[in-house]
Design a protein around this ligand. Structure first.
Ligand SMILES: Nc1ncnc2c1ncn2[C@@H]1O[C@H](COP(=O)(O)OP(=O)(O)OP(=O)(O)O)[C@@H](O)[C@H]1O
Ligand SMILES: [Mg+2]
Length: 254
């Protein structure tokens, strides 16, 4: 059995006393896997990622990385976990695409040539080479999303969270992001995706965790989970009214 890179135990979160947003969340993720967190609007997906990353403070619960409790160690979580936000705009800070990708690297001690190497690698991966001198506000929605992903990848986090990474992307953009994620997985990164667009990535994921009203309703591999997703308001494509075969779903086979 593969090692668990991330374990969440009894995680609870609320913004105020009246409403519990996350309720006793438990799950674990294997090293090097690609996992999807699914659930209806407001089920708690984005809040969950922010709690694990350390941007929101859980009321209760443990977060372990490689079996070490890092619940109190926000620095360790910030270093090991990269989060690409649902709203790409809120993440972009640099004056140009190049400066934005380099921004996160300013605070970590690495050689200048390594910085340039990483800049070249991620801009090539996400097809931003031609845009390096462009101002982010002049990018299209899809290009901004690719920039937000590039900025996080440049930091080389062990675990990469992506909140709705396919929003705003056209067909080639979706395929590019899927291929990039699979390449990163091959390099050993662990990837956790929050998405409503399950059809785009389910064929490539090892686990789907379904949230409902701030609880884990069910988890399992894609095949087991597709019928449950449909029952719970997550769109799953059908062929002749039957849920599509998992392999047929892959956007890379079209
Ligand atoms: N800053 C906030 N203050 C108060 N309540 C919030 C805040 N952010 C989110 N919530 C509430 O927390 C719950 C979970 O929100 P969350 O953003 O995690 O949903 P989600 O599953 O990511 O939904 P979506 O699919 O729409 O992105 C919602 O009921 C939402 O209204
Ligand atoms: Mg969300």
């Amino acid at each position: 059995m593969k090692q668990k890179i991330l374990t969440v135990e009894n995680l609870c979160f609320s913004f105020n006393k009246d409403k519990q947003i996350l309720n006793n969340i438990n799950f674990s993720i294997e090293q090097g896997s690609l996992c999807i967190i699914a659930g209806a609007n407001g089920s708690g997906k984005s809040v969950l990622l922010k709690c694990i990353k350390g941007l929101l403070k859980p009321k209760e619960g443990l977060i372990k990385i490689n079996n070490i409790d890092v619940s109190k160690d926000i620095n360790e979580r910030r270093k090991k976990i990269g989060l690409v936000f649902q709203d790409a705009d809120s993440q972009i800070v640099g004056q140009t695409v190049e400066k934005d990708i380099l921004f996160g690297l300013e605070n970590i001690k690495i050689e200048k040539c390594e910085k340039i190497e990483r800049l070249n690698k991620v801009s090539k991966l996400l097809s931003l080479e031609e845009k390096l001198k462009t101002k982010p506000r002049e990018l299209s929605g899809g290009e901004k999303r690719r920039l937000a992903i590039a900025g996080i990848l440049a930091m080389d986090p062990n675990i990469i969270f992506l909140d709705e990474p396919f929003a705003n992307l056209d067909y080639p953009g979706v395929v590019k992001v899927i291929k990039t994620l699979l390449l990163l997985q091959k390099e050993g990164h662990t990837i956790i995706i929050v998405s409503h667009e399950i059809d785009k990535i389910a064929a490539h994921s090892q686990k789907i965790i379904l949230l409902k009203n701030g609880r884990v309703l069910k988890e399992g591999n894609s095949e087991e989970m597709l019928p449950h997703l449909r029952e719970n308001g997550v769109y799953v494509p059908t062929v002749n009214n039957e849920i599509a075969n998992i392999e047929e779903l892959s956007w890379l086979n079209r």
